[in-house]
Design a protein around this ligand. Structure first.
Ligand code: PMP
Length: 354
């Protein structure tokens, strides 16, 4: 039985994408060779890379707007340092909304002065700071759009004249935003885009080339952009599966269509958390993530029954992160509304038992 996969990442991908990806590992599109045994310089793979790059820009509404889409390696964690390496001359601002922001800050400090513009650390990151002032003299402001561990999400982005850098690892392609407000977006593939192994970087060309330091080639966005994201051997399988997933999203109507489904899934689980006294939500209501719902069980005596019922129903991956505890239901793009319904039914049955 295929399980209901609520894993925080790597996570569920569309079934049809996995089917097609597995076929391509044996033979790519009838060419008599496997996807993973052909040269990355072959016309077949060059076409896949080009498709992936153009789909990323198309889905984000950034085609023809001076952006480059790159598929790099080293995870979002490499972007923590690469963003600073390429953009930080003197001082950058960071909004600290949790573990991943803190890691980004730690890396950036190696390259210049970092100002923590706002933080929600005082309440174990259960909310998104608001109403802060962004100084005008920053090289950039760094944000984390969705906090995978704490289950909070930025709903309104700060208005500022300084370049915006955003880690969108756990909510890329899930909701409509004016992506042209951002100068650099990065996201590890392993949530809404594909398997682990590649990171999407979308960079506005005119912010590059402004720092005085020398940048090693592999860490230089301009080098990767100048080589159409083929400076060295790209992670061919991860790029291919990401391309298929983006095509799947485009075919179903793109971000507006998936956003509607994502809203339904989130509304379903959050209304249960709100109404059911057996559960309590972790994140502040107005900042709750549409991707990762974090919650606790208020009556510990019901925990074993809840866990057992979830197991019986084939629900997988809902344990909370060790720094928050409780539960976390991650509802990425490929997770169906039906799967959320199965979980919510178990939650509501538990109320009757309590
Ligand atoms: N940023 C966010 C928001 C994440 O959720 C994660 C991973 N879960 C990372 C960064 C780190 O990504 P990676 O493991 O690809 O380096």
């Amino acid at each position: 039985m295929k399980k209901h996969n609520f894993s925080a990442g790597p996570c569920i991908l569309p079934q049809e994408v996995m089917q097609k990806a597995s076929e391509a590992v044996v033979e790519l599109d009838g060419i008599g060779l496997s996807l993973i045994e052909i040269s990355h310089r072959s016309k077949e793979f060059v076409a896949i890379m080009e498709k992936a790059r153009s789909l990323a820009l198309e889905l984000l509404g950034l085609e023809g707007k001076g952006y480059q889409a790159l598929f790099l390696q080293g995870g979002a964690s490499t972007q923590f340092l690469m963003a600073a390496y390429n953009l930080l001359e003197k001082k950058a601002g960071y909004v600290n909304t949790g573990t991943w922001s803190l890691k980004a800050i730690k890396e950036a400090r190696l390259f210049g002065e970092i100002m923590e513009v706002a933080s929600s650390q005082d309440q174990n990151f259960n909310y998104i700071p608001k109403g802060y002032t962004v100084p005008n003299d920053l090289d950039y402001l760094h944000l984390t759009s969705n906090n995978t561990i704490f289950g909070t999400q930025i709903k309104e982005f700060p208005k500022t004249n300084v370049p915006l850098v955003c880690d969108m690892s756990s909510d890329i392609f899930s909701r409509q935003l004016d992506f042209s407000k951002f100068d650099l977006i990065y996201a590890g593939a392993q949530k809404n885009m594909g398997p682990a192994g590649t990171t999407l970087v979308v960079v506005k060309e005119d912010i590059l080339g402004k720092v005085s330091r020398k940048i090693p080639s592999m860490l230089d966005y301009s080098v990767h952009a100048g080589k159409d994201s083929m400076f060295n051997t790209p992670p061919v399988f991860a790029v291919y599966v990401s391309m298929l997933t983006m095509q799947w999203l485009k075919d179903m109507g793109g971000i507006p269509a998936i956003e509607e489904i994502n809203e339904k899934k989130a509304n379903l689980i959050y209304s249960e958390i709100e109404l059911n006294p057996v559960f309590s939500g972790f994140a502040a209501k107005e900042d709750r993530s549409v991707m990762n719902a974090t919650f606790n069980i208020t009556d510990e005596t019901l925990k074993d029954i809840f866990d057992e019922k979830c197991k019986e129903a084939g629900i997988s991956g809902i344990n909370g992160h060790r720094s928050v505890g409780g539960y976390r239901a991650s509802m990425y793009n490929a997770l169906s509304l039906e799967s959320v319904g199965v979980l919510v039914d178990i939650m509501s049955e538990l109320e009757k038992k309590g």
